[in-house]
Design a protein around this ligand. Sequence first.
Ligand code: GLY
Length: 562
Amino acid sequence: MKPTFTTLQIAFLFLFISFKSFSQTYAENGMVVSDHVIASQVGVDILKKGGNAIDAAVATAFALEVTHPEAGNIGGGGFIVFMKSDGNVTTFDFREKAPLAASPTMFLDENGKIKDNSNHQGLLAVGVPGTVAGLYQAHQKYGKLPWADLVKPAVELAKKGFTMSWGLYNAAVRMTDRDPSEDIMQNYFKGKDGKIVKPGETWKQPALAKTLKEIQKHGRNGFYKGWVAQEIEDYMKANGGIITKADLEKYEAVEREPVKGTFNGYEIYSMPPPSSGGVALIEMMNLMEQANIAKVEFNSTAYVHLVAEAMRRAFADRAEHLGDPDFNPDMPLDRLLSKEFAKKRFETLDMTKASISDPAQFGHPYGGDNTTHFSVVDKDGNAISMTYTLENSYGVKMGSDKLGFIFNNEMGDFNPVPGETTATGQIGSNPNLVAPEKRMLSSMTPTIVAKDGKPYLVIGSPGGRTIINTVFQTVLNVLAYDMRVDRAIEAMKIHHQWLPDRILYERNLLSPDTREALEKMGHTLTPTTNLGVLMGITYDASKKLYTGAADSSSEDGGARGY
Ligand code: GLY
């Protein structure tokens, strides 16, 4: 007998396939949570073959270049926070650098205004990519399996292809044939028949496969020297860019000490400058400790006010003090990270009314939103929190068809107009002005929270400046509000960044009464659809169990474990 469905069953089925419900994944040995389930599985396969968390992170990162090209990259840069099984924590900084020919006024016209959006559009916006150097350095120092084995899955994925998803297809339609200057995007998602590859069909990337094969064979030299470097220089020269082979050859990733804080007995490790993420996160966690936040009801008026005021202060301090540490040796990191500083900052906070952000001082625009984060843990208790980025979605949307990957537009993360800070959020303070070989200030906040020297929460997110705040609230949700990791990721988030002086909140997740009460206190509120695409793992030491969750706003994301 043929099965028959009632209207209710059909409606239920429709609901089930139309909306991803959020949920957790469990594993005893190891886990990867990333923006694409294929890349997560690539990482887990490496763990099963005896690779450690670094090996899995390298393989996942290359696989994301293929499966999640919006942000997964070899043409951008990023950060790794690595907690070793012995409890020690280190970080790798492979942030892009300004080219040797860059200058503080390179984006300005004769009137001192930004010319043609050139800090975000066109090849002047491209920073010297750091991803391949960073992954290679981390692997050389801490990897177990051969490099070639880790790049191989990405080569195969690009060569043999993988199934186009609806999420990627929708992006492909959006990104193709927009603006002829976005050269690589014109054919990027098209098959041999010249049409965009449809959902369910196989999408192959032969040019990218060739580039990845070169990296597989020659390690970092496969990108920073040889024919790939030559083609990057030729492409730049032919299209108005300034990156040369000398820039590529000089690029080095840097291993740095993490920034460290504590919250109610937990240890928090995160990325130091050139990311502002770790410093701002710890400053805000210290403020929350002062406020005894766990006693404040989640999502209440007092909660939103406290969290927003902490954000306002941390972002003002970020704008005033932070930049590339190699160019700003005197940044007051110890002070910003201290409990005493938080105490003083907390004293300026009035629980009955909003503070005022003074445009004559500091601030920063929201910035780019295409970045991607993944979290990895292995059977020995090593943990990786890695965030890397092209800045905007599909970066600068330019690149050589011969190489098959897209360049970043990370130069937009520098302060573009020296001395000019505006109410709309542009900053002009010195620490983050452009200079040759300088790294632009980032907001990426790859973070590991530890308990008794073992990883307890591994977390991070894309989202430009909103990254700092979505990671902050997720950490708070787990540590102060005892939420399980999927709930912590999905729970209502807000964003305040000093300037513009307003609270962004996730539409439909904050009650009208609370909004009205906040407005009466002097806050301005603006709805937005979504904040953050968080990828998190928690560890329950008593059960010896990892629990992972991917943000439901990630189209193809997911946790995989074994
Ligand atoms: N491009 C985003 C960031 O680094 O903050």
